[in-house]
Design a protein around this ligand. Sequence first.
Ligand code: MRU
Length: 345
Amino acid sequence: MAIETIKWVKGTARMIDQTKLPTKLEYINCRDVKRMWSAIKRLEVRGAPAIGVAGAFGVLLGVQKFKGTDRPAFLKLLHQTCDYLSTSRPTAVNLFHMIEEMRSVALNNSEADVKTLKTQLFDKAMTIFQEDRQVCRRMGDHGAVLIKNGMRALTVCNAGALATVDYGTALGVFYSAKTKGRKFSVYSCETRPLLQGARLTCWELTREKIDTTLICDNMAATLMAQGKVDIIFAGADRIAANGDTANKIGTYMLAVLAKYHKVPFYIVAPKSTFDLKITSGKQIPIEERKSEEVTGFGGVTTAPKGVKVYNPAFDVTPASLISGIVTEYGIIKSPNVRNIKSTLK
Ligand code: MRU
């Protein structure tokens, strides 16, 4: 894949500015943790696995300029940095998992001096980065078996290279299927309000020469009623122990439609997106974003000033509506507490 969403380059986190796509491919160079916090908040970097890596890189940015050998002072800064980054967005659990992996480097090394801790933190962040690349390719290969020649798939939001380091979860399934020579096409829901489907998914799928058709979100039911959708793939931001899955707002609506129209509905997500500490989707914190995202776009006002707005960024699809979850360990069919636990081990 030629898309490098996030990368560590000489002490800075270099990331595609996703707010500028599809019209401009620009990069931002994050040099400090505050800039990383706002990049996550503003969705310059977005998508659960990508913000997990961004979180790990953010920790590096927060501690790398620490001078001296005072270990307690260094640990204090590390904890402050981790806590601060954890306030950027609430739903994608990858962010919290990766920040905690970074924090645990220090917690597990009670003897290490500051220099050693810095090296270990750097190594951990690079491992997190590389693992994302490998895990996405494994998920893609597992999911590709579901795609048969002639299929018309549908996806929502962007669960592609732009939502990970460089390959994607749901879109990774398409990339792998294409490599295996399968012929298929994809409908991309535009994904109001921030249009991740129209702006990002269509951008990357067309770049990768995958037959792609953009639809407005409210066209999905008609398309399914017309028998034009054979399979649905979506990503995830947090999956509870019972398989209930939070993903971009609108995913639940597609899952309900899929059940009614008997279309298989798959989630594609790595182990790092599971939150096995929570028993059901009811416990998933859902981010609410500012009203301006709904009342206008790109500087154009689309609603009367002062109108009340409800803008949850995610919804929860109950496990009962999910045909399977494609993970790096294989496909968990009809997900439930037991088969999720035994697959993820
Ligand atoms: O608000 P966003 O753009 O960060 O939401 C992203 C999604 O909902 C994705 O579908 C999800 O993170 C899976 S990405 C592989």
